[in-house]
Design a protein around this ligand. Structure first.
Ligand code: ADP
Ligand code: MG
Length: 615
């Protein structure tokens, strides 16, 4: 418990004690003890209300509570006044603890922030803050330490714990030449890492920025609550005023009776249950998702996710693993070795999964300085000048649009055709593995109310159909250029009700990610563009996280709706009762604090249930 909470608890306890003590006396002594109790627990509320009046924003809960209790005091209902304050502060205390608890889960994420980096400068080890390390410098990371910046392993071999980033508990093996990502924890042995970018650009810094800004993206429900309470409180105030004044004048009934009812009305009307529980639930939902390596950039996206009825997937790297293996090389008037070398030289300038796989399959050293004038042709392939010759590597469209006649056409696998100086030189056929969880994930989406699952790909239709059949998506569109994916996604977005989510790898899908209702980037661990372009970022590569995030969003929204209805119904019910003459101040404050506590407990369900569940 924090210091502030302890202080509040002490006040509540002292005030309660005084409250009890007051019953052993009567007359002025009793009144004095009750007033003391009231002041001990309520002076900061009163003071807050006074301060707010002077700053022009009168209508808030402190104001309502102060008005109601001061009114009670004037009516000489001292025990009621003290009790209202005690219960109000108990409620506040409870709320504070709940908010603190959910903050903690976000803070746990903040723990990924590295405190220092050990840089090797002039053969010496220097301990500096991660912000001071420059690109290209070598850092040393010992077992048990956090990797402070992104980089490539220069020396050593170890395994990393990436669970704070991905929610994945399996350690990742890494050897020389492989990526080390900031925020991971070194588990085994010391490694030297060549830093590939400054701290500002590191994965950790990006995630932290994302978490910090996520509260700025408010959901519709939260905006509704804010607007609602801004209008609601003055309305309640006026209604209470009318209750106090109108019936006595019109009906000639005793003034005191109606003032009393008006005060009770004020106590019940406090909107705190709503104001606190709705954001708290969203907070819990975002926290629960982050535990599983799913980063949601704001509660508006969490809300949108719950309404998703169409999910479009990119193929390469999303439904498939994106690590192609070469299944066939068919050179034409050129040696196989030469064909592979040419392709690998050109592809070494692209980060497309196909390109990376070809370079890896070739395996030999590449003399990159033989290559000039490289142009990436998104969705088609790549063009480069190698030893002065124009080399094209890419799909059928690329060949035909450059007037290259393909001799041995094959479209059963993903095929990269190669042309040198406009003459066909052969092809490399590659195949990719479907992610093991793909089929099940698509099925799970169906059971979560997703009506259409769609695959969009730039690959040829034969490959697309084969994969679509395997993972059971409803619709498949193939041979798409990146801009075709955008227009298609927009078209689907416009069809029927429900929101559309697009799941892509973020490498070449950024435009689609940003044009749909919810852009979900897969495998963001290590991919730069994804964290920025997407609304939801899945840190591990797992497709099942898509269904998981929708499931979390639905649960969040269910709790939000429950809380809104519960609070409004009970509030309005008791408000009407109070006007009708059920003017027990104790009952009123119990209703108010009770609803708040139920709503907050309900909101906390989001956090705790998801926390304890381990798959
Ligand atoms: P996907 O929709 O499967 O992610 P892309 O839009 O990235 O596919 O690419 C579509 C097609 O363009 C690929 O299937 C491939 O035929 C071709 N292509 C794209 N980039 C390259 C490249 N660097 N080298 C060879 N072919 C490429
Ligand atoms: Mg792709």
């Amino acid at each position: 418990m924090s210091k502030r909470h302890k202080k509040r608890l002490t006040k509540v306890l002292i005030a309660s004690l005084l409250f009890v003590v007051s019953f052993f006396f009567d007359g002025y002594v009793s009144v004095a003890v009750l007033c003391a109790s009231y002041l001990v627990v309520g002076y900061d509320v009163l003071w807050g209300a006074v301060r707010k009046i002077f700053s022009g924003q009168i209508f808030d809960e402190e104001f309502l509570m102060s008005l109601a209790t001061v009114g009670a005091l004037l009516l000489q209902e001292y025990p009621e006044a003290a009790m209202v304050m005690i219960l109000y502060q108990t409620g506040e205390l409870f709320q504070g603890i709940a908010v603190g608890k959910s903050r903690k889960s976000i803070k746990e994420l903040m723990k990924i922030k590295p405190d220092f980096a050990t840089v090797l400068r002039d053969g010496r080890e220097e301990r500096v803050s991660p912000e001071e390390v420059k690109t290209g410098e070598i850092i040393l990371v010992l077992p048990g330490e956090k990797v402070p910046l992104d980089g490539i392993i220069e020396e050593g071999k170890t395994s990393f714990d990436s669970s704070s980033l991905t929610g994945e508990s399996l350690p990742i093996e890494a050897v020389e030449g492989e990526k080390a990502i900031s925020g991971m924890i070194n588990l085994e042995s010391p490694v030297k890492i060549r830093v590939s970018g400054v701290f500002e650009e590191s994965t950790v810094a990006k995630i932290l920025r994302l978490v910090e800004t996520s509260s700025a993206h408010k959901s519709q429900s939260e905006k509704f609550i804010t607007k609602f309470s801004r209008k609601y409180t003055p309305c309640v105030f006026i209604a209470a005023l009318l209750t106090a004044v109108v019936p006595p004048i019109l009906l000639g009934q005793p003034f005191m009776m109606w003032v009393r009812r008006a005060l009770v009305f004020l106590v019940v009307s406090c909107p705190c249950a709503l104001v606190i529980s709705v954001p708290l639930t969203f907070f819990g939902g975002i926290g629960a998702a982050s535990k599983k390596g799913i980063l949601i950039k704001g509660s508006n996206y969490l809300e949108a996710l719950s309404k998703v009825e169409k999910v479009a997937f990119d193929k390469t790297g999303t439904i498939t693993e994106g690590g192609f293996s070469v299944v066939k090389i068919l050179p034409h008037n050129i040696s196989e070795e030469e064909l592979m070398e040419t392709a690998a030289l050109a592809e070494s300038f692209s980060n497309h999964p196909i390109a990376v796989s070809i370079v890896k399959a070739y395996g030999n050293n590449l003399e990159k300085n033989r290559v000039q004038n490289v142009t990436n042709l998104p969705g088609n392939g790549i063009r480069a000048q190698i030893d002065g010759k124009i080399v094209l590597a890419g799909n059928k469209t690329l060949m035909s649009s450059n007037g290259v006649r393909i001799i041995d056409e094959q479209e059963i696998e993903t095929v990269v055709y190669i042309a040198i100086n406009g003459i066909y030189a052969g092809f490399i056929a590659l195949t990719d593995k479907i992610k093991p969880e793909a089929k099940n994930s698509v099925k799970q989406l169906k059971s979560l109310g997703v009506k259409r699952s769609i695959m969009l790909t730039g690959d040829n239709s034969a490959v697309a159909e084969k994969i679509a059949e395997n993972v059971c998506v409803d619709e498949t569109y193939s041979s798409l250029l990146p801009q075709d994916k955008v227009s298609l996604a927009l078209k689907i977005k416009g069809e029927g009700k429900g929101k559309i989510a697009f799941v892509g790898d973020g490498i070449n899908d950024a435009p689609v990610l940003s044009c749909v209702d919810v852009g979900i980037a897969m495998g963001a661990l290590g991919s730069d563009a994804a964290i920025e372009a997407a609304d939801v970022v899945i840190m591990n590569d797992s497709l099942s996280a898509v269904a998981e995030s929708i499931r979390i969003s639905k649960k969040t929204m269910r709790i939000v709706r429950q809380n809104i209805w519960l609070s409004l119904l009970i509030k309005f019910g008791v408000m009407i009762l109070s006007v009708l003459g059920f003017d027990n101040m104790y009952a009123a404050i119990f209703a108010d604090v009770g609803v708040m506590i139920i709503a907050v407990l309900n909101a906390m369900r989001m956090l705790s249930a998801e926390h304890n569940k381990k798959e």
